[in-house]
Design a protein around this ligand. Structure first.
Ligand code: NAD
Ligand code: ZN
Ligand code: ZN
Length: 379
Protein backbone atom coordinates (compact mmCIF):
# COMPACT_ATOMS: atom_id res chain seq x y z
CA UNK A 1 0.00 0.00 0.00
CA UNK A 2 1.37 3.37 -0.96
CA UNK A 3 2.30 5.80 1.81
CA UNK A 4 2.32 8.76 -0.59
CA UNK A 5 0.31 11.72 0.64
CA UNK A 6 -0.07 10.24 4.13
CA UNK A 7 1.84 10.80 7.36
CA UNK A 8 4.37 8.05 8.16
CA UNK A 9 5.22 6.81 11.64
CA UNK A 10 8.83 5.75 12.00
CA UNK A 11 11.85 5.60 14.27
CA UNK A 12 13.92 8.71 14.88
CA UNK A 13 16.52 9.93 17.37
CA UNK A 14 15.29 13.17 18.91
CA UNK A 15 17.57 15.69 20.65
CA UNK A 16 15.37 17.24 23.36
CA UNK A 17 18.09 19.27 25.07
CA UNK A 18 21.79 20.06 24.89
CA UNK A 19 24.20 17.62 26.53
CA UNK A 20 21.49 14.91 26.79
CA UNK A 21 21.55 11.59 24.95
CA UNK A 22 19.22 11.37 21.98
CA UNK A 23 15.81 9.76 22.60
CA UNK A 24 14.96 6.96 20.18
CA UNK A 25 11.21 7.07 19.62
CA UNK A 26 8.45 6.82 17.08
CA UNK A 27 7.68 10.12 15.38
CA UNK A 28 5.26 11.15 12.67
CA UNK A 29 6.68 12.49 9.42
CA UNK A 30 4.17 14.52 7.42
CA UNK A 31 3.63 14.17 3.70
CA UNK A 32 5.82 16.38 1.50
CA UNK A 33 4.19 19.64 0.37
CA UNK A 34 4.94 21.58 -2.82
CA UNK A 35 8.64 21.46 -3.75
CA UNK A 36 9.34 18.95 -0.98
CA UNK A 37 10.70 15.40 -1.07
CA UNK A 38 10.20 12.64 1.50
CA UNK A 39 13.16 10.29 1.73
CA UNK A 40 13.52 6.87 3.35
CA UNK A 41 16.99 7.16 4.90
CA UNK A 42 18.96 3.91 4.76
CA UNK A 43 22.29 5.01 6.20
CA UNK A 44 23.54 8.02 8.07
CA UNK A 45 26.87 8.90 9.64
CA UNK A 46 27.58 11.19 12.57
CA UNK A 47 29.56 14.36 11.89
CA UNK A 48 31.18 16.66 14.43
CA UNK A 49 28.68 19.35 13.58
CA UNK A 50 25.91 17.12 14.99
CA UNK A 51 27.95 16.66 18.17
CA UNK A 52 28.70 20.39 18.27
CA UNK A 53 25.00 21.27 18.16
CA UNK A 54 24.15 18.59 20.72
CA UNK A 55 26.86 19.96 23.03
CA UNK A 56 24.97 23.25 23.29
CA UNK A 57 28.03 25.20 22.06
CA UNK A 58 26.21 26.27 18.90
CA UNK A 59 24.39 29.51 19.72
CA UNK A 60 21.95 28.85 16.89
CA UNK A 61 21.25 25.27 17.99
CA UNK A 62 17.58 24.91 18.96
CA UNK A 63 15.70 21.97 20.50
CA UNK A 64 13.83 19.64 20.23
CA UNK A 65 15.41 18.73 16.92
CA UNK A 66 16.08 15.78 14.63
CA UNK A 67 19.83 16.07 13.93
CA UNK A 68 21.89 14.39 11.20
CA UNK A 69 23.12 15.68 7.83
CA UNK A 70 25.36 12.94 6.38
CA UNK A 71 22.92 10.42 4.93
CA UNK A 72 21.63 8.60 1.88
CA UNK A 73 18.33 7.00 1.01
CA UNK A 74 15.48 6.46 -1.46
CA UNK A 75 12.75 8.90 -2.44
CA UNK A 76 9.48 7.59 -0.93
CA UNK A 77 7.22 10.32 -2.31
CA UNK A 78 7.33 13.86 -3.65
CA UNK A 79 5.05 16.84 -3.21
CA UNK A 80 3.57 18.88 -6.07
CA UNK A 81 5.93 20.65 -8.49
CA UNK A 82 8.98 18.50 -7.78
CA UNK A 83 10.81 17.82 -11.03
CA UNK A 84 14.42 17.05 -10.11
CA UNK A 85 13.85 13.69 -8.35
CA UNK A 86 11.15 11.00 -8.49
CA UNK A 87 9.88 8.15 -6.36
CA UNK A 88 12.50 5.39 -6.12
CA UNK A 89 15.50 7.60 -6.89
CA UNK A 90 18.56 7.00 -4.74
CA UNK A 91 19.48 10.32 -3.21
CA UNK A 92 21.76 12.28 -0.91
CA UNK A 93 20.25 15.18 1.09
CA UNK A 94 22.26 18.40 0.79
CA UNK A 95 22.73 20.90 3.60
CA UNK A 96 24.06 23.31 1.00
CA UNK A 97 21.11 23.72 -1.37
CA UNK A 98 21.44 24.55 -5.05
CA UNK A 99 18.43 26.28 -6.62
CA UNK A 100 20.25 27.44 -9.74
CA UNK A 101 18.25 30.68 -9.75
CA UNK A 102 19.26 32.88 -6.82
CA UNK A 103 21.94 35.59 -6.84
CA UNK A 104 24.43 33.19 -5.24
CA UNK A 105 23.77 30.32 -7.64
CA UNK A 106 23.93 32.62 -10.65
CA UNK A 107 27.12 34.37 -9.51
CA UNK A 108 29.39 31.51 -10.56
CA UNK A 109 31.51 32.50 -7.57
CA UNK A 110 30.19 30.37 -4.73
CA UNK A 111 28.40 27.14 -3.84
CA UNK A 112 26.31 28.93 -1.23
CA UNK A 113 22.64 29.26 -2.20
CA UNK A 114 20.19 31.73 -0.73
CA UNK A 115 16.97 29.90 -1.60
CA UNK A 116 16.24 28.12 1.69
CA UNK A 117 18.85 29.71 3.91
CA UNK A 118 16.63 31.54 6.39
CA UNK A 119 14.14 28.76 7.05
CA UNK A 120 16.87 26.09 7.10
CA UNK A 121 18.68 28.10 9.78
CA UNK A 122 15.47 28.26 11.82
CA UNK A 123 14.91 24.51 11.57
CA UNK A 124 11.74 24.62 9.49
CA UNK A 125 10.72 23.85 5.93
CA UNK A 126 10.59 26.75 3.42
CA UNK A 127 6.89 27.36 4.25
CA UNK A 128 7.87 27.98 7.88
CA UNK A 129 6.48 24.74 9.36
CA UNK A 130 7.93 21.39 10.47
CA UNK A 131 7.10 17.94 9.02
CA UNK A 132 8.07 16.17 12.27
CA UNK A 133 5.88 15.63 15.33
CA UNK A 134 6.46 13.43 18.38
CA UNK A 135 3.89 11.15 20.02
CA UNK A 136 2.62 14.05 22.14
CA UNK A 137 1.89 16.00 18.97
CA UNK A 138 4.72 18.48 19.59
CA UNK A 139 6.56 19.72 16.48
CA UNK A 140 10.27 18.85 16.21
CA UNK A 141 12.76 21.05 14.37
CA UNK A 142 14.59 20.08 11.20
CA UNK A 143 18.41 20.34 11.13
CA UNK A 144 20.64 21.72 8.36
CA UNK A 145 17.81 21.06 5.93
CA UNK A 146 18.51 17.30 6.18
CA UNK A 147 17.56 15.63 9.53
CA UNK A 148 18.96 12.23 8.61
CA UNK A 149 18.58 10.78 12.14
CA UNK A 150 15.07 9.66 11.19
CA UNK A 151 14.00 6.67 9.11
CA UNK A 152 12.01 9.12 6.98
CA UNK A 153 12.77 12.79 6.47
CA UNK A 154 11.40 15.62 4.36
CA UNK A 155 13.71 18.04 2.53
CA UNK A 156 13.29 20.87 0.05
CA UNK A 157 13.69 19.79 -3.59
CA UNK A 158 16.65 22.18 -3.94
CA UNK A 159 18.34 20.26 -1.10
CA UNK A 160 18.51 16.79 -2.63
CA UNK A 161 20.42 15.15 -5.47
CA UNK A 162 19.72 11.86 -7.22
CA UNK A 163 22.74 9.55 -7.50
CA UNK A 164 23.80 6.46 -9.44
CA UNK A 165 21.62 3.65 -8.02
CA UNK A 166 24.55 1.24 -8.06
CA UNK A 167 26.46 3.31 -5.48
CA UNK A 168 26.22 1.75 -1.99
CA UNK A 169 24.24 3.89 0.48
CA UNK A 170 26.40 2.87 3.42
CA UNK A 171 29.47 4.40 1.75
CA UNK A 172 28.24 7.35 -0.25
CA UNK A 173 26.31 8.76 2.73
CA UNK A 174 29.73 10.13 3.74
CA UNK A 175 29.69 12.35 0.66
CA UNK A 176 26.87 14.28 2.34
CA UNK A 177 29.42 16.20 4.39
CA UNK A 178 32.92 15.31 5.63
CA UNK A 179 34.59 13.67 2.65
CA UNK A 180 33.18 16.16 0.14
CA UNK A 181 34.08 19.09 2.40
CA UNK A 182 37.76 18.21 2.65
CA UNK A 183 38.20 16.98 -0.91
CA UNK A 184 36.43 20.02 -2.34
CA UNK A 185 38.42 22.43 -0.14
CA UNK A 186 41.62 21.10 -1.73
CA UNK A 187 40.44 20.66 -5.32
CA UNK A 188 37.96 23.54 -5.63
CA UNK A 189 38.41 26.22 -2.95
CA UNK A 190 42.21 26.09 -2.97
CA UNK A 191 42.49 24.46 -6.39
CA UNK A 192 45.83 22.87 -5.48
CA UNK A 193 48.08 22.31 -8.49
CA UNK A 194 50.83 19.84 -9.28
CA UNK A 195 53.96 20.52 -7.24
CA UNK A 196 52.28 22.71 -4.61
CA UNK A 197 53.14 22.29 -0.95
CA UNK A 198 50.27 21.74 1.46
CA UNK A 199 49.85 21.56 5.24
CA UNK A 200 46.68 20.21 6.83
CA UNK A 201 45.92 20.86 10.50
CA UNK A 202 43.71 18.13 11.94
CA UNK A 203 43.60 14.53 10.67
CA UNK A 204 39.88 13.86 11.01
CA UNK A 205 37.64 12.93 8.09
CA UNK A 206 37.80 16.49 6.80
CA UNK A 207 41.59 16.91 7.05
CA UNK A 208 42.34 13.46 5.62
CA UNK A 209 40.05 14.23 2.72
CA UNK A 210 41.92 17.49 2.10
CA UNK A 211 45.05 15.33 1.96
CA UNK A 212 43.54 12.95 -0.59
CA UNK A 213 42.46 15.93 -2.71
CA UNK A 214 45.98 17.36 -2.55
CA UNK A 215 47.42 13.96 -3.47
CA UNK A 216 45.05 13.66 -6.42
CA UNK A 217 46.37 17.03 -7.61
CA UNK A 218 49.94 15.76 -7.21
CA UNK A 219 51.01 18.16 -4.48
CA UNK A 220 54.73 17.76 -3.90
CA UNK A 221 54.47 17.79 -0.14
CA UNK A 222 51.49 17.09 2.14
CA UNK A 223 52.30 17.76 5.78
CA UNK A 224 49.63 16.70 8.27
CA UNK A 225 49.74 18.36 11.69
CA UNK A 226 47.85 16.68 14.55
CA UNK A 227 48.24 16.57 18.33
CA UNK A 228 47.31 12.87 18.35
CA UNK A 229 50.23 10.59 17.42
CA UNK A 230 47.77 7.80 16.63
CA UNK A 231 46.86 9.77 13.49
CA UNK A 232 50.26 9.38 11.83
CA UNK A 233 49.58 5.99 10.25
CA UNK A 234 46.20 6.96 8.80
CA UNK A 235 47.59 10.32 7.65
CA UNK A 236 50.20 8.55 5.54
CA UNK A 237 47.53 6.21 4.14
CA UNK A 238 45.63 9.27 2.91
CA UNK A 239 48.64 10.81 1.20
CA UNK A 240 50.63 12.66 3.86
CA UNK A 241 54.33 12.83 3.04
CA UNK A 242 55.10 14.12 6.55
CA UNK A 243 53.39 14.07 9.93
CA UNK A 244 54.14 16.61 12.67
CA UNK A 245 52.84 16.59 16.24
CA UNK A 246 53.01 20.25 17.33
CA UNK A 247 53.12 19.27 21.02
CA UNK A 248 56.35 17.30 20.52
CA UNK A 249 58.57 19.99 18.97
CA UNK A 250 61.93 20.86 20.57
CA UNK A 251 61.64 23.50 23.33
CA UNK A 252 61.34 26.99 21.88
CA UNK A 253 60.27 25.92 18.38
CA UNK A 254 56.74 26.79 17.26
CA UNK A 255 54.76 24.84 14.68
CA UNK A 256 54.91 27.88 12.39
CA UNK A 257 58.72 27.95 12.59
CA UNK A 258 58.87 24.19 12.03
CA UNK A 259 56.68 24.31 8.91
CA UNK A 260 58.51 27.31 7.45
CA UNK A 261 61.80 25.53 8.00
CA UNK A 262 60.51 22.31 6.40
CA UNK A 263 59.32 24.13 3.28
CA UNK A 264 61.95 26.80 2.69
CA UNK A 265 59.78 29.79 3.62
CA UNK A 266 56.27 28.42 4.06
CA UNK A 267 53.50 26.56 2.31
CA UNK A 268 51.54 27.27 -0.84
CA UNK A 269 48.32 26.12 0.88
CA UNK A 270 47.31 25.39 4.46
CA UNK A 271 43.96 24.16 5.81
CA UNK A 272 42.45 24.40 9.26
CA UNK A 273 40.40 21.27 9.92
CA UNK A 274 40.28 21.62 13.71
CA UNK A 275 37.95 24.57 14.43
CA UNK A 276 40.54 25.98 16.86
CA UNK A 277 41.15 29.70 16.26
CA UNK A 278 44.78 29.52 17.45
CA UNK A 279 45.39 26.79 14.89
CA UNK A 280 43.77 28.99 12.24
CA UNK A 281 46.33 31.69 13.01
CA UNK A 282 49.22 29.23 12.84
CA UNK A 283 47.87 27.91 9.55
CA UNK A 284 47.83 31.40 8.05
CA UNK A 285 51.26 32.34 9.34
CA UNK A 286 52.80 29.10 8.03
CA UNK A 287 51.87 30.22 4.49
CA UNK A 288 54.55 31.41 2.11
CA UNK A 289 55.02 35.17 1.90
CA UNK A 290 53.63 36.65 -1.31
CA UNK A 291 51.13 33.96 -2.25
CA UNK A 292 50.42 31.35 0.42
CA UNK A 293 46.71 30.78 0.98
CA UNK A 294 45.10 29.43 4.13
CA UNK A 295 41.62 27.89 4.02
CA UNK A 296 39.45 27.76 7.15
CA UNK A 297 37.17 24.72 7.23
CA UNK A 298 36.82 24.03 10.95
CA UNK A 299 33.81 25.39 12.80
CA UNK A 300 34.94 27.45 15.81
CA UNK A 301 33.12 27.54 19.14
CA UNK A 302 30.58 30.32 19.74
CA UNK A 303 32.06 33.78 20.26
CA UNK A 304 35.57 32.86 19.08
CA UNK A 305 37.39 35.27 16.76
CA UNK A 306 40.46 34.93 14.56
CA UNK A 307 43.41 37.30 14.68
CA UNK A 308 46.79 37.90 13.11
CA UNK A 309 48.94 40.93 12.40
CA UNK A 310 47.59 42.70 9.28
CA UNK A 311 51.18 42.64 7.96
CA UNK A 312 50.67 38.90 7.32
CA UNK A 313 48.07 39.79 4.69
CA UNK A 314 49.83 42.92 3.45
CA UNK A 315 52.75 40.70 2.54
CA UNK A 316 50.61 38.52 0.36
CA UNK A 317 49.16 35.73 2.46
CA UNK A 318 45.49 35.08 1.77
CA UNK A 319 42.86 33.95 4.27
CA UNK A 320 39.72 32.28 2.97
CA UNK A 321 37.03 29.84 4.08
CA UNK A 322 35.18 26.92 2.60
CA UNK A 323 31.71 25.46 3.21
CA UNK A 324 30.95 21.96 1.87
CA UNK A 325 34.27 22.20 0.03
CA UNK A 326 32.89 24.79 -2.37
CA UNK A 327 30.97 21.94 -4.00
CA UNK A 328 27.61 22.56 -5.67
CA UNK A 329 25.74 19.50 -4.51
CA UNK A 330 23.22 19.03 -7.29
CA UNK A 331 25.65 19.74 -10.16
CA UNK A 332 28.74 18.06 -8.80
CA UNK A 333 27.78 15.11 -6.59
CA UNK A 334 27.57 12.80 -9.60
CA UNK A 335 31.24 13.43 -10.39
CA UNK A 336 32.28 12.61 -6.83
CA UNK A 337 30.29 9.36 -6.91
CA UNK A 338 32.02 8.43 -10.18
CA UNK A 339 35.41 9.22 -8.66
CA UNK A 340 34.51 6.93 -5.76
CA UNK A 341 33.36 4.16 -8.09
CA UNK A 342 36.54 4.51 -10.16
CA UNK A 343 38.61 4.26 -6.97
CA UNK A 344 39.94 7.80 -7.35
CA UNK A 345 38.22 8.95 -4.15
CA UNK A 346 38.58 7.07 -0.87
CA UNK A 347 35.32 6.84 1.06
CA UNK A 348 35.06 3.39 2.68
CA UNK A 349 38.43 3.97 4.33
CA UNK A 350 36.79 6.57 6.61
CA UNK A 351 34.33 4.10 8.13
CA UNK A 352 35.80 3.13 11.50
CA UNK A 353 32.58 1.63 12.93
CA UNK A 354 29.20 0.41 11.74
CA UNK A 355 26.24 0.24 14.10
CA UNK A 356 22.50 -0.30 13.98
CA UNK A 357 20.62 3.00 14.26
CA UNK A 358 19.47 2.07 17.78
CA UNK A 359 23.12 2.51 18.91
CA UNK A 360 23.30 6.14 17.80
CA UNK A 361 24.26 7.37 21.27
CA UNK A 362 27.20 4.96 21.29
CA UNK A 363 28.05 6.39 17.88
CA UNK A 364 28.36 9.84 19.45
CA UNK A 365 30.66 8.29 22.10
CA UNK A 366 32.81 6.84 19.29
CA UNK A 367 33.71 10.40 18.26
CA UNK A 368 35.79 10.78 21.41
CA UNK A 369 37.82 7.56 21.17
CA UNK A 370 40.81 9.08 19.37
CA UNK A 371 40.76 6.80 16.32
CA UNK A 372 37.19 7.34 15.11
CA UNK A 373 36.75 8.87 11.68
CA UNK A 374 33.15 8.01 10.87
CA UNK A 375 30.57 5.71 12.45
CA UNK A 376 27.95 4.70 9.89
CA UNK A 377 24.48 3.84 11.21
CA UNK A 378 22.02 1.57 9.44
CA UNK A 379 18.24 1.69 9.76
N1 NAD B 1 33.17 24.08 6.66
C1 NAD B 1 32.43 22.99 6.49
O1 NAD B 1 31.63 22.88 5.54
C2 NAD B 1 32.56 21.85 7.45
C3 NAD B 1 31.95 20.61 7.15
C4 NAD B 1 32.19 19.53 8.01
C5 NAD B 1 32.93 19.69 9.16
N2 NAD B 1 33.46 20.93 9.46
C6 NAD B 1 34.31 21.14 10.63
O2 NAD B 1 35.61 20.65 10.31
C7 NAD B 1 36.30 20.31 11.50
C8 NAD B 1 36.91 18.92 11.36
O3 NAD B 1 35.92 17.93 11.27
P1 NAD B 1 36.31 16.38 11.45
O4 NAD B 1 35.05 15.61 11.32
O5 NAD B 1 37.45 16.05 10.56
O6 NAD B 1 36.78 16.41 12.99
P2 NAD B 1 37.68 15.41 13.87
O7 NAD B 1 37.43 15.76 15.30
O8 NAD B 1 37.50 13.99 13.45
O9 NAD B 1 39.18 15.80 13.53
C9 NAD B 1 39.84 16.86 14.12
C10 NAD B 1 41.30 16.51 14.26
O10 NAD B 1 41.99 17.67 14.70
C11 NAD B 1 42.95 17.28 15.63
N3 NAD B 1 43.29 18.46 16.45
C12 NAD B 1 42.60 18.98 17.48
N4 NAD B 1 43.24 20.06 17.96
C13 NAD B 1 44.35 20.23 17.21
C14 NAD B 1 45.42 21.16 17.24
N5 NAD B 1 45.46 22.14 18.14
N6 NAD B 1 46.39 21.04 16.31
C15 NAD B 1 46.35 20.04 15.39
N7 NAD B 1 45.38 19.11 15.34
C16 NAD B 1 44.40 19.20 16.24
C17 NAD B 1 42.32 16.14 16.40
O11 NAD B 1 43.29 15.33 17.06
C18 NAD B 1 41.58 15.40 15.28
O12 NAD B 1 42.40 14.40 14.71
C19 NAD B 1 35.26 20.42 12.62
O13 NAD B 1 35.45 21.71 13.21
C20 NAD B 1 33.95 20.38 11.89
O14 NAD B 1 32.90 21.01 12.61
C21 NAD B 1 33.30 21.97 8.61
ZN1 ZN C 1 29.07 17.68 8.77
ZN1 ZN D 1 20.40 29.29 -5.19
Amino acid sequence: MSTAGKPIQCTAAVAYAAKQPLTIETITVGAPRAHEVRIKILNTAICHTDAYTLSGADPEGAFPVVLGHEGAGIVESVGPDVTNVKVGDHVIPLYTAECGKCKFCLSGKTNLCGSVRDTQGRGVMPDGTSRFTNSKGEPLLHFMGCSTFSEYTVVADVSVVAIDPTAPFESVCLLGCGVTTGYGAATKTANVQKGDTVAVFGAGTVGLSVAQGAQRREASRIIIVDINDNKEKVSREFGATDFVNPTKLPAGQTIVQKLIEMTDGGLDYTFDCTGNVNVMRDALEACHKGWGTSVIIGVAAAGKEISTRPFQLVTGRVWKGSAFGGVKGRSEMGGLIKDYQNKKLKVDEFITARRPFAEINDGFEDLHNGTCLRTVLKF
